[in-house]
Structure formats: structure tokens, C-alpha cells
Design a protein around this ligand. Structure first.
Ligand code: T4K
Length: 373
């Protein structure tokens, strides 16, 4: 075991003195939350930065997803992917919706549009796809299905901050998209999240819902929730925006080194980038271990790396459909999800973050190479 532990990620933080300036101002104003000035500034600046119409900030990504489902009054069955973080499905359950898992495509790991169409029933009202690892879903095909069957599309874009597709933000597709600004994300506000929407009326409804449903001082328009981002998170978010581009460039460089060094190892493959993806943030660097060719299993490699202090993560293992709480659903049956069942057994996300030392990237690649066979 090495003396230094390396984690799958580490948050990127701005200069502390810069943040203290904001904190002083918050202390003096005594406005800590409820749509304060930093919250307002961040909503505008972020929308501009990402190239989207409206942003509604949230305390975290899960609350953003819970609220997105409420805004569109989704009911009945929702078609979604099992290959994601459990929050995607939990948000459906908390809204009393039935998740219907469908398989993913074997190249990009995103929900397979053909499988979506096969799973539609009279109870289906929405599709909740995930742009997994920030790679865009087949947004055109998904929209076509949604239009044909009259379904809503809410994208879980927790991994997609700043990623574009064919010249526009990935967040401009679907009815709504959600973001996560958790500490482990490429852009963080410690905890945080957002809903991206395309028109003023929807933004207004989201703002009511995230503040208990209040539409003015005495009127409550719906059973809302309290899911607002506070001023300290928003101030951090303003600072983080300034550094996002240079942080992304560093991550892109790290990914390039991994790719160069791992490319010739038999049985190790990477995620292909979806054609049209731009500004890729490399929120994760998944590799896939083919046991027969590599000569060791995914778990052999995962635990071997761990012993050297290199803490990759098996995102996303197990599949959401394999958790005891969801495995009883008909759509969770392994025969329904053959591609996802395979991918979840092969994946390891290697450490990637802005301050990861290039020597460590080379060391990790070297260990993976030497362990083969
Ligand atoms: N949808 C999708 C597709 C998501 O991936 C997520 C969250 C959501 C929705 C929900 O969004 P949020 O409600 O979280 O905003 C992490 C995160 O907690 C979670 O946000 C994320 N996805 C998920 C993929 O990963 P864990 O339990 O694996 O994280 P944890 O605490 O083990 O952290 C991983 C490593 O990061 C640690 O070993 C060390 C490092 N770390 C972590 C934290 C929290 C730090 O260095 N500093 C920190 O403060 O879930």
C-alpha cells in the first residue's frame, strides 16, 4: 500500500480569500437564503455560461429531479435506465411513480431508444434518461418517440455540466434537464443542483414549487417543497464558474494521458465519445475490463488498485435494478437488461480531477498495464 491515498475525485475549490470576501458580504447583509442576490446572479450567469434559457438553482440534484417531476405533473409509469446513480430512480419512487427499466446501448452506456419504444404502455407518461458520464443520449430519437406517444422527457444531466452537443448545450434537449453540483462533480457548490427549462412560465412554476409552493405572500399554488440553494452555495458557484473552462482543460489533458497509456492493453477499453459531443468535461474516466483478454477480472483489478491506495469506483455497480428495493420489479429481470448487466460487471472509474498529478496518472496507468495477464 502506498502512503498517499488517491480518490476517484477531489473537489476543485477557488482561492479561499476570494470566497471570504463573499462570506463577509453575506454576514453583513444577513441575507442567507430565499432568492438572495448571489442566487439571482448565479442563475443569470450560469444560464449565460451554459447557453440555456433559464436555470432554477436547487440545494442538490436529487431535489431538482424530485421537483422537475412535480412541475410536469408526471404520473403512472416512467421509463428510465438502470445504469445510473440510485438517485435517478429514487426520485421517481418519492413521486409515487413506477420506474420501468429498459436496456442501454453497448457503446455509450445510455438508454437505448428502441428499448424505450418497446416498454411504452397506456400508463407511460415520461422518459427519464441519463446522459451517463456526460455523454449525450440519442436525443433526436428520444424526442421523436416522446412526440409520437405524447410523453415528457426529463434528462438527468447530473454529469453534463458545460458539455455541448452539435454546437448547443446538451441541456437544451427534452422538456427539462437537471444538474448536480455535488462536491464530487466537475462544477461544485459543495452541494447543489439546478433545473434547466426553456420558458419563463415553467421557470416561475419551478420557483414556486421549490419555495413551499408560495406564489406571493399569502397564496400557495401547489404542495411545494423547500429545496432552495442558499447564498453561501451560490457565492461559491459564482467563483467556480470563473474557473470551469481551465479546470475542464486540465481534465481533458489527464484523459488524454490515460488514453495514450492504456490504449494498447489488451482487454482494457474506454468509453467512446458520442459523435457531436463538444467541450467534454470528463466528469468520470470509466474503463471496461474484459476478463478473458485482460487475464484478470474487473474486481481483481479494482481491489489490486485499492491496495496501492488508488481508490477508483465501480460507478455504476450494482445496477439500480439489482438493489433489493427495485429487483422485484418485472422490468428489473436480468433478461430485460442484458447490455446493462454486462457493463456493470466490467466498469471501473479511474481517478480524475483537476489537481490530480500527472505523475499519478502515469503511475495508475503503469499499474494497470503491469497487472495484466
Ligand atoms: N443523478 C445522477 C446521475 C448522479 O450521479 C447523482 C449524484 C444524482 C442524480 C444526485 O445528485 P445530488 O443529489 O448528489 O446532487 C457520489 C455523490 O454523492 C453523488 O452526488 C454522485 N451522483 C455519485 C455518482 O457519487 P458516493 O457515495 O459515491 O460519493 P463519496 O462520498 O464516496 O465520494 C467519492 C470520493 O470523492 C471520496 O472517496 C472522496 C471524494 N470526496 C467526496 C466528497 C463528498 C471528496 O474529496 N470530498 C468530498 O466532499 O456518491
Amino acid at each position: 500500500m502506498n502512503d498517499k491515498e488517491i480518490f476517484v475525485t477531489q473537489p476543485t475549490l477557488p482561492d479561499l480569500n476570494e470566497y471570504i470576501m463573499y462570506l463577509k458580504d453575506i454576514w453583513e447583509s444577513k441575507i442567507l437564503t430565499n432568492n438572495g442576490k448571489y442566487h439571482q446572479q448565479l442563475e443569470k450567469k450560469m444560464a449565460n455560461f451554459l447557453g440555456v434559457k433559464h436555470i432554477a438553482l436547487f440545494a442538490n440534484g436529487t431535489l431538482a429531479l424530485l421537483t422537475a417531476l412535480q412541475v410536469l405533473k408526471i404520473t403512472g409509469e416512467v421509463i428510465t435506465t438502470p445504469y445510473s446513480f440510485v438517485a435517478t430512480t429514487n426520485a421517481l419512487w418519492w413521486n409515487n411513480l413506477k420506474p420501468i427499466f429498459v436496456d442501454i446501448d453497448s457503446v455509450y452506456g445510455n438508454i437505448d431508444p428502441k428499448a424505450i419504444e418497446e416498454a411504452i404502455t397506456p400508463q407511460t407518461t415520461a422518459i427519464v434518461p441519463v446522459h451517463v458520464y456526460g455523454n449525450p443520449c440519442n436525443v433526436e430519437h428520444i424526442q421523436e418517440i416522446a412526440d409520437t406517444y405524447g410523453l415528457k422527457v426529463i434528462y438527468d444531466g447530473a454529469h453534463t455540466f458545460g458539455n455541448n452537443y452539435k454546437g448547443t448545450s446538451i441541456l437544451n434537449f427534452g422538456d427539462l434537464s437537471i444538474l448536480s453540483f455535488h462536491a464530487t462533480k466537475t462544477y461544485n457548490t459543495m452541494e447543489g443542483g439546478a433545473i434547466v427549462c426553456h420558458d419563463e412560465k415553467t421557470k416561475q412554476r419551478i420557483d414556486y414549487l421549490k419555495n413551499f409552493g408560495f406564489a406571493g405572500e399569502t397564496k400557495v399554488m401547489a404542495p411545494g417543497i423547500n429545496s432552495k440553494m442558499n447564498e453561501m452555495q451560490a457565492a461559491l458557484g459564482l467563483l467556480q464558474l470563473k474557473h470551469h473552462r481551465s479546470n475542464t482543460e486540465k481534465r481533458q489533458y489527464i484523459a488524454k494521458i490515460y488514453k495514450n497509456r492504456l490504449t494498447d492493453i489488451d482487454g482494457i477499453s474506454f468509453l467512446l465519445e458520442y459523435p457531436g459531443l463538444e467541450n467534454y468535461n470528463y466528469s468520470y474516466f470509466p474503463i471496461f475490463v474484459d476478463e478473458k483478454k485482460y487475464g484478470k477480472s474487473r474486481d481483481d483489478l479494482y481491489f489490486y488498485l485499492k491496495k496501492q491506495g488508488i481508490n477508483g469506483r465501480r460507478y455504476f455497480y450494482p445496477l439500480i435494478s439489482q438493489f433489493p428495493i427495485y429487483r422485484g420489479l418485472t422490468s428489473s429481470r436480468p433478461g430485460n437488461l442484458p447490455v446493462a448487466e454486462k457493463m456493470t460487471e466490467k466498469v471501473i472509474c479511474l481517478p480524475i480531477y483537476t489537481d490530480l498529478e500527472l505523475e499519478d496518472v502515469k503511475k495508475i496507468s503503469g499499474i494497470i498495464n503491469a497487472f495484466a495477464g
